[in-house]
Design a protein around this ligand. Structure first.
Ligand code: APR
Length: 286
């Protein structure tokens, strides 16, 4: 740990890849492993355009539940520590695969985090580019929740899924990226520009991800090409996915909620001599 902490204080450019394990200490299930089943359905299989075509009501039920759980959850100490790192290190950039809104609610500066998989709180059309946020999205969620509560079969019917108010043809769907869909091209372009903007990346943090999904491994490789030392945080004992750790890397086994604040502590102290923001206080405000 101390070897890593010292290296981090000497790291002007830091990249982080954030996965579902970052939000596990907030009580949200991960995709792979014990949390990956939902009503006997494979969560991965429901997160596809094909599943939505076949049964839009069922896919919406899955997302209504995930959305409600994310809303109920609170950012944990790791979300707050990463947000604080971003405020202190201007060349720290994070790539999140999470859609739960917890990094945003922890106050992570928006210019220093990219969301590859959209978010649970927006809604978009399946056919036209129309996207719905905030109160308008809340109203649609409320209508879907009411339809589900009054359903005689306890399932949401396809007929309850609203069509787009802009084009009047496409069904409305959650504003997330599903398996097999393209990642947001503007986000990918700006990440590429950030990676290429300097000759090196000093540290690559890989937090709570199985790193099985493209482009997770591609970002780790890109950082390695820029001579980054990689630090993995995972609750499992095994090196996840295709990481292929090298001698100069670190593997921290344990809960991200405990490990990440400890890993970043020295940087926060040395850069500003200011303590981490009181997690409880912020959580109460949120
Ligand atoms: N602390 C640290 N790591 C944890 C914790 C924890 N408390 N709990 C679980 N983990 C680890 C697991 O061991 C696993 O390696 O987090 C990882 C979660 O892996 P996945 O569920 O595969 O999530 P992720 O890697 O984010 O998946 C990437 O794939 O399923 C799709 O779109 C979905 O965004 C997701 C993407």
């Amino acid at each position: 740990m101390s070897d890593f902490q010292i290296h981090l204080t000497e790291s002007p450019r830091i990249l982080a890849l954030l996965g579902a394990g970052l939000s596990a200490p907030s009580g949200l299930p991960t995709f792979r492993g014990a949390g990956g089943l939902w009503w006997m359905h494979d969560a991965k299989q429901l997160s596809t355009p094909q599943a939505f075509d076949e049964n839009p009501g069922l896919v919406w039920e899955f997302y209504l539940e995930r959305r409600a759980a994310a809303k109920e959850a609170r950012p944990n100490a790791a979300h707050f520590a990463l947000a604080e790192l971003a405020r202190r290190v201007p060349e720290f950039n994070a790539i999140s695969m999470n859609i739960d809104g917890l990094s945003e609610r922890a106050g992570h500066p928006p210019a220093q985090i990219s969301f590859l998989h959209g978010n649970l709180f927006s809604i978009r059309c399946t056919t036209c580019p129309h996207t719905i946020h905030d109160e308008a999205a809340e109203a649609i969620i409320a209508a879907l929740t009411t339809a589900l509560a009054h359903s005689s079969t306890s399932n949401l019917s396809a007929a309850s899924v609203p069509t787009c108010p802009a084009c009047h043809t496409g069904l409305l769907r959650p504003g997330v990226v599903w398996f097999g869909e393209a990642l947001p091209s503007a986000t990918l372009a700006s990440l590429y520009a950030w990676i290429e903007a300097a000759p090196s990346i000093d540290t690559m943090l890989v937090i709570g991800t199985s790193a099985e999904v493209y482009p997770a491994t591609a970002y780790i490789e890109a950082a390695r090409k820029k001579l980054a030392r990689v630090a993995v945080v995972n609750i499992e004992q095994e090196d996840p996915g295709l990481l292929g750790l090298e001698e100069q890397d670190w593997y921290f086994q344990g809960d991200a909620g405990d490990l990440v604040p400890e890993m970043l502590k020295k940087v926060v102290e040395e850069l500003g001599n200011v303590e981490l923001i009181d997690v409880k206080k912020i959580t109460e405000v949120i």
